[in-house]
Design a protein around this ligand. Structure first.
Ligand SMILES: [Mg+2]
Length: 262
């Protein structure tokens, strides 16, 4: 049986000279744009160069990921930024993906019963909301993300979705992001995902920094010793940050990495 225990990562290397061992970074709004436009590839290439040095020289923290994005998208980002040594958290804690062992580790607290509940809720979304222009984001395994090309229309459906979920007894947490409505299992979150990552890597709060842009990243904030935001972050999160970059998204993330690499 697969467990969360990491067979390889020894925690902080004894010869490490860095202040932090890892930076747990959100994806949307931090490494890639919130909208559907192209990624800032030159900045991401610089982050990959940072990661190669971090993993070869242990002189700066390795950037890893904690995202609501589906596992395939997050795995692609993990490879793009050159993270080959630390697990990432995907789908708001449903998955941990380990680039060392290539394992896909679903949270063991997710049972067949939970998966059936998500399937039932997905069926309702398709049949009731589908004809009204709502689509389910592809690629998720134990959660549902709803999209409508007009975000205001989507936002207007929030009360109805909450009402139906409560009536049917589907234990899903419903929340609005910039562009999506996320429906996540109540007992699974970025926070539970990060707890699993910490357990697997033996990394502690004191050895971790973080980057986020929305209040769902408060889970990152609470699990790390130092936290930075790109300039596009929500004000509520900026007020909880140790540092706010002057630039947005990936350029802001680079600025933050300079701060934590001393
Ligand atoms: Mg984000």
């Amino acid at each position: 049986m697969t467990t969360d225990a990491h067979p390889v990562n020894p925690g902080t290397p004894p010869h490490a000279t860095r202040r932090f061992d890892a930076v747990i970074c959100d994806i949307d709004g931090c490494l890639s744009p919130e909208h559907s436009g192209p990624m800032d590839v030159p900045s991401l290439a610089k982050i990959a160069a940072h990661n190669h040095l971090a993993q070869d020289q242990h002189d700066r923290p390795v950037v890893t990921l904690c995202s609501g994005r589906p596992q395939p998208f997050a795995e692609a980002m993990c490879r793009l930024i050159g993270n080959r040594t630390l697990p990432i958290v995907c789908e708001n804690g449903v998955w941990m993906y380990d680039p060392i062992t290539n394992e896909y580790l679903m949270d063991p607290a997710i049972t067949e019963h939970h998966l059936e509940m998500v399937a039932e809720a997905s069926r309702w979304v398709r049949t009731d909301l589908g004809p009204r222009g709502v689509a389910i984001q592809p690629g998720k395994a134990a959660s549902i993300s709803l999209y409508h090309r007009e975000t205001d229309v989507l936002r207007g459906l929030l009360p109805e979705i909450e009402r139906v979920f409560a009536r049917e007894g589907w234990g899903l947490r419903v929340s609005m992001t910039w562009l999506y409505i996320n429906c996540d299992l109540a007992h699974v979150s970025k926070a539970t995902g990060i707890a699993r990552l910490k357990q697997r890597t033996r990394l502690t709060r004191e050895r971790l920094a973080g980057i986020g842009d929305t209040t769902s990243d408060l889970a990152i904030r609470e699990h790390v010793a130092w936290f930075g935001c790109p300039s596009n972050a929500q004000n509520e999160l900026k007020s909880r940050a140790d540092f706010v970059a002057s630039k947005p998204e990936a350029e802001g993330a680079l600025e933050i990495l300079c701060r934590v690499s001393v």
